[in-house]
Design a binder for this molecule. Sequence first.
Ligand code: ADP
Ligand code: MG
Length: 798
Amino acid sequence: MKRHKNARMGSRKKVHAFVRVKPTDEFAHEMIKYGDDNKSIDIHLKKDTRRGVVNNQQTDWSFKLDGVLHDASQDLVYETVAKDVVAQALDGYNGTIMCYGQTGAGKTYTMTGATENYKHRGILPRALQQVFRMIEERPTHAITVRVSYLEIYNENLFDLLSTLPYVGPSVTPMTVVENPQGVFIKGLSVHLTSQEEDAFSLLFEGETNRIIASHTMNKNSSRSHCIFTIYMEAHSRTLSDEKYITSKINLVDLAGSERLGKSGSEGRVLKEATYINKSLSFLEQAIIALGDQKRDHIPFRQCKLTHALKDSLGGNCNMVLVTNIYGEAAQLEETLSSLRFASRMKLVTTEPAINEKYDAERMVKNLEKELTLLKQELAIHDSLTNRTFVTYDPMDEIQIAEINSQVRRYLDGTLDEIDIINLRQIQEVFNQFRVVLSQQEREVESALRRKYTLIDKNDFAAISAVQKAGLVDVDGHLVGEPDGQSFGLGVAPFSTKPGKKSKSKKTLKDQLSTSARKEGAGSPLSGKDLDAASTSKTQLVPSSRDGDVKDVLSRDRETSSIEPLPLDSPKEESRPPRPSTPPPKPVAFEDFKNERGSEINRIFKENKSILNERRKRASETTQRINAIKQEIDVTKEALNFQKSLREKQGEYENKGMMIIDEEEFLLILKLKDLKKQYRSEYQELRDLRAEIQYCQRLVDQCRHRLLMEFDIWYNESFIIPEDMQVALKLGGSIRPGMVPVNRLVSLGEDDQDKFSQLQQMVLPEGPDSISFYNAKVKTEQKHNYLKTMMGLQQTQRK
Ligand code: ADP
Ligand code: MG
């Protein structure tokens, strides 16, 4: 393919218009003059004074064209008009060559030529010749040639190459059809011609058909349009090129352009007359529209001619017009209108472009080829990296089953890892994960269904039905089905057991406040009392949330024992077993802190850390204060020294003002500043102390709560006999005891507390204040504890 032709693609191009003058002995030399460049033609009309034609009537016209062919041989005409168009068609550009002119001016002669004389053959046979000659010159391409020959007469389409004997219009009338690829004539036979000879014989057959038809159908052949089309398709012979090009050349022999009203109406000379052939006026309209850059709609569909030529007029075609004229004075009028048509055609611009298409089949073949190549490449790569076992083909069932089993083994832990082999295998591993997962889901569900009747939780009707039937309790638990929590009741380690029975903080508080109220605020029991008087939480406040069977049972029992039972009432068999010897309190306390007391322990710790932070800040502030104090002392001493020095040296006075030197002055300033600092630091320390006091109170409260609840828990879990618990219940005679204040203070005093006490020693008040402070703290702790209890009592009463 000649690439340089591509440069023309997309650039606009004018239609080439030529004039061919029919040889005559009566050439009107005074009226028709050619320019020196042989591209313009001037028409001069002598004023016809006899008929009194108006004076200002135009008598001179000048037409600028692409060439005037006067006495030109068929050979020269072809060279000038058609050769380039045909050559470019083989490169993928569509071409249209059209002959226009009045009947007898030489259109058919130009287009087809004298069929009986080889020398006088026209554009058509020459074009076919050139096409086949060029194909021979291009062994790199496989080019196919097809031809069709269409005649349009009175808006009817005739196939001049119909394989049937030409008897008239075919049974199914042909139609002009448009599709994205362009315009084509449905029903028109298109003939593959593998050589020049075939093409010629088809052409002659068509010409013969044309002549026969003009007689048998009484057609005026001058009124028909004939379109001979050469279709070409060029595929590169190298397989890698999946692109191919298509093109067509339309060779159009138009009907006579002569107009009505010319003959016998001399008075209407020079007036535009109507075409005898209507479709030519539509062609002219289309040409005018195509020549107008502002027009975007071109009326192609007004007649069969323009419709059939839609993609061959303007557009992406190389277009050439040959206007055939007489050179005789008698025909000047028609000559003038033919030249006008030619100059209008010259305004039309086209945008020739290659018709490139993709060969899908070839594309697939190329891709397959590339795939094979890449596979080979991979194989080489794999053998270099010792991965020769890897294949890249789609997996078969056996391989997929193997991956499935790998995934299963991986999931149950018998396989540590799944080796990565290639992308396909990774994808399959994930796929099998999904398969196994959904399989397991189904298995679990069906196992559940085998064992249980599953009811949709949102299906209230079904739920109430089973509730009525007594199958489930109010919480939706199946009656008789132990749940996880109560299942191991008897065997659970003692440290975890009580916590599980009651996780609710509210119930703890309730119990605490109840006890406090009943007990009264001022009479805490001793440690021993506490041990003896503790109560079982499990029995007192049954958990309504854990609606398992055993709870339901114990709840029932309790409901029936709201009234005090005789103390000796035997209850042993319903008690959960517990260790025969209670665990040491410190050990149990650790357990308690992690379980039932975890929340209060957390708050306790939090408050303590806040307290410690404040203490730390207080200590820092104290240190700063001490430092300032020291500096104040030093400055004071220095000032005193300065003063004594001044007194010794004698004082200066200026207008009643004491004069002091700079050093002394600066010391005074410094002292003032230090005093200011001291004051502000001391203020901060005071604030911090207040905060510390507040925090201390909170910490003490928490500690107390923690210890108290621990004791209750310890007693009810390990100490109090069954029968005693009854008496401890609401309305019972004995209330759970309180931890004595002295124990409270001594217990839980950890290293941090001791450290903070050490901190107090550096307070500016001096060592004397420590005992005072400690005493105060203890009093306050006691006071706070009582206050807390009172507060709790009050909230309980509300
Ligand atoms: P059209 O097709 O325009 O009606 P034709 O091509 O049939 O006209 O020409 C009419 C006659 O004039 C034919 O006999 C043709 O051979 C002859 N003729 C036309 N042009 C030439 C020419 N350039 N040289 C010789 N003969 C011509
Ligand atoms: Mg003709």
